[in-house]
Ligand binder design. Structure first.
Ligand code: FDA
Length: 301
């Protein structure tokens, strides 16, 4: 737990976040971040598409407190949408509402998000709202609710560690929803702390959404959960067009390929960009074995 807290602390260090932006991918981040620019990420998407894997692309960004930065993030995402369309690759967008100015001004963020959804909608492209820590949860869901009155190409994430996860899963049953365990450090009054309880809640809400929801993205690297849900899907005859499995770029590649080969719809979350530091530190927090990535690049020079 201490190591997890240490890396979550590092992920939230704004000085280190902005210092890292000045450098290319370091510390092994290149294994889990698909480059720093659009041509690099399009190349990675094409490679995954060739294996029958679709992609959700995250132009990394967080700690955005200046309007100029949020506008730059919006323009970058618009350029990614254009590049996906031009290259005719099988991919859609994942973004964080804070990246588009949610911490600065609600209406400003709303306009940025509308512009993105409008452009994506013109290309029949889906946009997923990633969800961050509990402090941003309600504002993110509020802005999402407002946008769904106008757009139907938007979906979101539900974090199974929250005690309220079942309530969220019911609220968003008519939406394309990604279910994850949750990557941030949250207090016990809001979130389960024990891995067994988080896993059980993940399974509970995923099964509920598979039976009652529009489309479920099952986002986990946990083979115990994946195997359990494969059986559940079979027993309940859940149609293929109602769900997919998702994993992060660079993690459990063999398993990603295996699931795609078995005929499951599979989508890889592909992060790219200069703002890689916070994302990478959260991955180290989740799984200290990921430190091997760091060790390998430090020592294989
Ligand atoms: P977990 O870390 O709980 O591991 C469980 C078991 O799986 C391990 O004990 C091991 O056996 C196996 N395992 C896991 N990783 C492995 C590896 N690399 N190699 C071998 N075995 C491994 N979070 C959030 O808060 N907001 C968000 O918007 C998102 N978005 C998101 C998208 C996608 C596509 C994914 C996959 C995840 C997210 N997350 C997220 C992160 C998520 O909340 C969670 O922190 C991580 O997925 C880690 O939990 P897992 O369920 O993957 O496995």
């Amino acid at each position: 737990m201490l190591l997890k807290d240490f890396f979550i602390g590092l992920s939230q260090n704004q000085f280190l976040n902005s210092a890292a932006k000045k450098y290319g991918l370091k510390m092994g981040a290149q294994s889990v971040v698909a480059g720093t620019n659009i041509p690099e990420v399009i190349k990675s998407i094409k490679e995954l598409n060739a294996h029958g894997i679709s992609c959700t692309v995250d132009n990394l960004g967080e700690f955005v407190y200046q309007k100029e930065e949020a506008t730059e993030a919006k323009n970058n995402i618009l350029a990614v949408i254009e590049a996906i369309h031009e290259n005719n690759v099988d991919a859609h967008i994942s973004l964080k509402p804070t990246q588009l100015g949610l911490d600065i001004d609600y209406d400003f963020a709303l306009l940025n998000l509308k512009e993105i959804l409008e452009k994506a909608s013109g290309y029949n492209m889906f946009v997923n709202f990633d969800i961050e820590d509990s402090g941003h949860l309600q504002p993110a869901y509020d802005i999402l609710d407002e946008l769904t009155r106008e757009f139907d190409n938007v979906g979101t994430v539900i974090q199974a560690y929250f005690h309220r996860a079942q309530e969220f899963v019911e609220k968003y049953k008519d939406m394309r929803v990604r279910i994850v365990k949750g990557a941030y450090k949250e207090p016990a009054e809001l979130a389960y702390q024990d891995k067994k309880e988080i896993d059980a809640n993940f399974i509970r809400i995923t099964e509920w959404h598979l039976l009652n929801g529009k489309f479920t993205s099952i986002a986990t690297h946990d083979h115990h959960i994946i195997n359990h849900l494969k059986k559940f899907i079979k027993q309940n005859n859940i149609p293929k067009d109602k769900y997919e499995f998702q994993m992060l770029y660079g993690f459990r590649r063999e398993l990603q390929l295996e699931l795609a080969k078995e005929g499951y719809n599979f989508c890889t979350y592909v992060p790219f960009g200069k703002d890689w530091y916070g994302y990478f530190m959260r991955r180290l927090a989740e799984r200290p074995q990921n430190l091997n990535l760091v060790a390998k690049t430090v020592f294989n020079k």
